[in-house]
Design a protein around this ligand. Structure first.
Ligand SMILES: Cc1cc2nc3c(=O)[nH]c(=O)nc-3n(C[C@H](O)[C@H](O)[C@H](O)COP(=O)(O)O)c2cc1C
Ligand code: SF4
Length: 372
């Protein structure tokens, strides 16, 4: 076996995994307008399960139909009628021995008013980036309502057969807006000191743990927003403090990304960034925490992925665009067919499609993406 660490059996909470290869959550825009999952979504994920990923973290799914519409074709888990099609999706993933977690998401200030038909909401009236849409500060009643939407969404995940749920607390979306002194200027119990800024996610976690005791719960955060010139944005020190708080709350794994609305390239980086440039970030979390650390790291080859595990940079390697480019990355690595892997070239065409043109993703090197 050429990649013994990659193909080691492992666990996240009670989820038993056949390897340490995780598919990172990536929005596709393939879902129906009502947020239900269709054959296009199912075939796309089924190919990645068949292609050998041990855990598939299914893309950010919306919890709030009114105030969170970032792009068209987002998967939704906001209503009971979403459960049926999500169940077909989990069955298709499970059929190939992979496990499935759904990432649940609220866009907060990054919701698109043209699509949602209303002003976005956020802890305070701070736009995602200067010049962006100004959100409306949430009332205390709305905070409680949105927290309940996350909890209800987690319950639907369990009903749909997901092996666990991931809260999207990264990339300057609503949960991260509460974490941040830059976005969160509240003077009530949900803003101000660290404990107050953590209260929003903390009460969501309490609610999920009460409704679903022992259901695996993951949280994705930005380890470092990497915007040192912008005061009060989240630093590596803040990321670590947040992760330690979440570990103490009893979550089962931390999923480390980077960047935010003012530095998206720290998350999804163009070809000019050398793979490994941000591995010092996940290493800090791996060294400080006892729960499993999942991390993306601009991985283009199985050899580099194995080296991240060898060097204790993380416990699970997450592949994002590598799995847009080639659904069979893991299977080819297992068969030592590295030369057959179609590599992501970091051209950013996929991100441009979804986030700039607001149409379903396409990949410059994989014309089959979305047509599996
Ligand atoms: C088109 C696109 C959509 C994405 N959607 C999500 C998402 O839904 N949730 C999330 O946490 N990250 C999302 N990401 C970020 C990826 O999960 C990942 O962090 C990023 O692509 C870096 O990993 P990579 O270098 O392996 O691609 C998205 C990235 C891309 C390119
Ligand atoms: S479109 Fe470009 S950046 Fe995106 S996955 Fe394909 S090759 Fe990689």
């Amino acid at each position: 076996m050429k990649y013994p660490k990659l193909f080691e059996k492992s666990k996240i909470g009670s989820i038993e995994l056949k390897n340490r290869i995780v598919m990172a959550p990536m929005g596709t825009g393939f879902a129906n307008d009502d947020g239900t999952v269709n054959d296009r979504v199912i075939n796309y994920y089924e190919q990645r399960a068949k292609g050998g990923a041990g855990l598939i973290i299914v893309e950010a799914a919306c919890v709030d139909d009114v105030y969170s519409v970032p792009f068209k074709g987002q998967i939704r888990v906001s209503q009971d009628y979403h459960i049926e099609s999500l169940e077909k999706l989990t069955q298709a993933i499970h059929e190939h021995g992979s496990k499935a977690v759904l990432q649940i998401h609220h866009a907060g200030s990054t919701s698109n008013p043209a699509l949602a038909g209303c002003q976005p909401i956020s802890p305070s009236d701070i736009p995602p980036a200067p010049g962006g849409n100004i959100p409306r500060p949430m009332t205390l009643e709305e905070i409680g309502q949105v927290q309940q939407k996350f909890i209800d969404a987690a319950v639907r995940c369990e009903k749909a057969g997901f092996d666990g749920v991931e809260l999207h607390g990264a990339h300057s979306y609503l949960i991260a807006q509460f974490f941040s002194k830059y976005y969160n200027r509240r003077t009530d119990a949900y803003g101000g000191d660290f404990d107050n800024r953590m209260r929003f996610i903390s009460e969501i976690i309490d609610g999920i743990q009460k409704a679903l005791p022992s259901y695996p719960l993951l949280v994705r955060i930005s380890g470092d927003e990497m915007t040192p010139d912008i005061a009060d944005t989240l630093t590596l020190q803040d990321g670590l403090e947040i992760a330690q708080f979440l570990q103490a709350k009893g979550i089962d794994a931390i999923d480390i990304s980077n960047g935010g609305a003012m530095n998206p390239n720290a998350n999804c980086d163009p070809a000019s960034y050398t793979p490994g440039w941000k591995k010092h970030i996940s290493k800090v979390f791996k060294d400080a925490l006892t729960i499993p650390v999942i991390a993306t790291n601009t991985i283009k080859t199985p050899h580099f992925a194995e080296s991240l595990l060898d060097d204790n940079i993380c416990d699970f390697i997450a592949l994002g665009r590598a799995l847009f480019a080639d659904a069979n990355f893991a299977a080819k690595a297992k068969e030592s067919r590295e030369e057959d892997i179609v590599k992501c070239i970091g051209c950013m065409y996929c991100r441009k499609k979804l986030l700039v043109e607001k149409v379903p993703v396409e990949c410059a090197v994989n014309p089959e993406l979305g047509h599996e």
